[in-house]
Design a protein around this ligand. Structure first.
Ligand SMILES: Cc1cc2nc3c(=O)[nH]c(=O)nc-3n(C[C@H](O)[C@H](O)[C@H](O)COP(=O)(O)OP(=O)(O)OC[C@H]3O[C@@H](n4cnc5c(N)ncnc54)[C@H](O)[C@@H]3O)c2cc1C
Length: 508
């Protein structure tokens, strides 16, 4: 195991929030002998990479596409270390980016991808290829660093030792990372005179807004290089949905003697200085713990001056629909479909959608019932778009209802332009940032945008300013996405173990 754990002597840990970050932290800690209790607000695990049941159908709560599950991939290695088996289907054609007047297919195979770039940007093909090849090299260096499992910022001697080892083994990668550390993606585009090429810029923006929560003008080149090139390493769909990752992590925690309490939102936590214990209250748990790992993205009223979370930027509006399977025989017949579509709304279409921050992210799946069995005669479609939660929070009830209906119809119409869809819809239900607030406790999802400041200069640590209190999830290093959240959970568990070894917190 790639662990740095110290002796835990039955320390008790409360993981608040059963998102993929918290569960990863809990699983590593349980594996190292900690007594882990996970308290989760919702009725299922997985948070925004989980699932929910409506009208006997299983819908994803957010994420659908998984990364890092290839052999020796970052997530695969973590799951192996935790003795978790997770079948996943590799996607050779994970995505189509649909721009006004152009569709660009993203392929796993490098040759197919380069051919697609040449075909789509014929007037700039050499610059585009050079941009992409060099971006790939930067992405490889970022990956090499990530594979050392060094958490940023560096706060301990062992972190420093990890960096020195990296310098020793990858001197060229380090030089590359140092050289581009202050670059935005736009700075890098300038080197290839591509910053003014509108469709190229749009294609990058669409992917970056989903992956790092901001566009080329602000996205830090280092994390963006990995996000943009990761499809060549591998992207995956998971039978029964991405929530299966969290389900298996939760099962593992229980298998190791930990407990998972669902429908158990934590209302308050308080620190008992004398006992050096955290007192935690939820409907199903009133107990003291040596250590807290907070994976919720909410503060619990503690230490607001040194807020654990930067304000995240976005919320999500989503549409979950059940369609008649006939759509596959009709409009989609014989089409080579990607797993997902990222669609830039066409300008003439819907004013409403342009007020939201595209792209529209759409996936099609088999329709599953609540037991995970395929429902004959149906397919499922999920669509989501970034939106500003404030616009929903500040609405009156009437305005909220109207806006929700308008955005829902605009999304359907936008997809309709790609394929005739409306006549196949059996059922479609929308969720807004207030829906997320209600079910997973936060209206803002997706963490903070990975700008140079947030990702490189001041990455957010898994350690908080509070004693024995750690943070995991999309709001801390390395940032948004299921793979990053899982890594943050790993980093949080390692920080706990290192600190326990150093300070030997008293357990009762
Ligand atoms: C619409 C959408 C689509 C996405 N698509 C993808 C994708 O395709 N691929 C990808 O890799 N990533 C995707 N993401 C991002 C990814 O889902 C998240 O970054 C990741 O799942 C976050 O995990 P987390 O553990 O940090 O937090 P979360 O999943 O947010 O988990 C937080 C947990 O804390 C719980 N909680 C909150 N308050 C309390 C409380 N008081 N007490 C107890 N529990 C509490 C919540 O219920 C929740 O379960 C998507 C996100 C969204 C919203």
């Amino acid at each position: 195991m790639n662990g740095k754990g110290g002796s835990c002597l039955e320390k008790t840990v409360c993981v608040i929030g059963a998102g993929i970050g918290g569960l990863t932290a809990g699983a590593y800690l349980a594996k190292h002998g900690y007594r882990v209790t996970v308290l989760e607000k919702a009725a299922t695990v997985g948070g925004s990479a989980g699932w929910y049941v409506r009208k006997n159908r299983l819908f994803p709560t957010g994420a659908t596409l998984a990364f890092g599950l290839e052999e020796h991939g970052l997530l695969r290695n973590m799951l192996n270390e935790l003795d978790i088996d997770l079948p996943a289907t590799e996607l050779l054609h994970p995505m189509d980016v649909v721009l006004p007047g152009k569709t660009i297919s993203i392929y796993k195979d490098s040759l197919d991808w380069e051919a697609e770039l040449k075909k789509t940007f014929p007037e700039h093909s050499q610059n585009v290829l050079n941009f992409w090849r060099n971006l790939t090299k930067i992405g490889e260096s970022v990956l090499a660093f990530t594979e050392t499992r060094t958490a940023l910022p560096i706060e301990t001697f062992s972190g420093l030792a990890d960096i020195l080892r990296f310098v020793f083994h990858h001197p060229f990668s380090l030089m590359r990372l140092a050289r581009f550390s202050s670059y935005t993606v736009e700075d890098f585009m300038r080197k290839y005179r591509l910053e003014q090429v509108t469709p190229f810029r749009q294609m990058l923006n669409v992917q970056l807004i989903d992956a790092v929560q901001t566009d080329v003008s602000e996205a830090a080149l280092l994390p963006a290089s990995l996000a943009l090139t990761i499809y060549r390493r591998g992207s995956f769909s998971i039978q029964n949905g991405i929530g299966e990752i969290s389900k298996r992590l939760a099962d593992r925690i229980e298998g190791l003697g930990g407990e998972i309490l669902l429908n158990s939102p934590v209302g308050s936590v308080s620190y008992n200085k004398m006992e050096k214990q955290w007192e935690v209250q939820s409907p199903k748990c009133k107990a003291s713990f040596d250590i807290i790992v907070n994976n919720t993205g909410v503060l619990f009223g503690y230490d607001p001056s040194k807020a654990q979370n930067r304000n995240p930027d976005w919320g999500a509006f989503r549409l979950d629909a059940v369609l008649k399977e006939d759509i596959c025989r009709g409009p989609l017949r014989g089409k080579k479909l990607p797993f997902a579509y990222q669609i830039v709304p066409k300008s003439e279409h819907s004013k409403i959608l342009r007020e939201e921050a595209g792209p529209l992210y759409v996936t099609f799946h088999p329709s599953l019932n609540k037991n995970g069995e395929t429902v004959a005669g149906e397919v499922m479609m999920t669509a989501s778009i970034h939106t500003n939660p404030k616009e929903w929070i500040l609405c009156t009830k009437e305005e909220y209802k109207n806006k929700k209906e308008k955005v829902k119809n605009a999304i359907l119409s936008e997809i309709e332009k790609m394929m005739p869809l409306k006549e196949y819809v059996i059922d479609a239900e929308a969720g807004t940032p207030l829906t997320y607030q209600r079910y997973i406790g936060k209206a803002y999802v997706g963490g903070t945008s990975l700008t140079v400041k947030h990702a490189v200069l001041k990455p957010k640590s898994v350690r908080s300013s509070l004693p024995q209190f750690y943070i995991a999830g999309e709001q801390v290093f390395p940032g948004p996405g299921t793979l990053s959240s899982a890594l943050s959970g790993y980093y949080a568990s390692m920080a706990v173990m290192e600190d326990v070894k150093k300070h030997d917190y008293h357990s009762r």
